[in-house]
Design a protein. Sequence first.
Length: 139
Amino acid sequence: MVAEIWNRFEAIEECYEFMLAYAAQGLTSGEGNESGRQLREFLHRAVEALGGLAAHCATAVREEGRPQGNRFTAFLAVLDRDARDSLAVMELVLGQRSITSKLIDNLNASMHLRALLTDVFLLGEVLRTQRATAKLAKS
């Protein structure tokens, strides 16, 4: 289950990285070009990764036998909210017939998406640190 969490994190991060490059292209339309098609693929993968993200994280941590104190539970509530907010803005963008570089630039600047990315980076580091600490304890 932890591998699935890493895959979800990767899909979100890759989407953001592609969106940065897309925004820099200065495209006035995403219709009929390869970049626009790729952008939609990245956005769809990120949208799939966001669905139930916090619940999957909770399950993965539980399955690994890591303690889930109140602080972790509170953080998962933040992650869930940020994932749902980011999902809403991504779906709004996906619903547009034409996705311009300027639209993606605004999505990249969205506080919702930035909060989600920070959550993902933070939780990723917590999981890596916990795994390293557990390995040291077994040595």
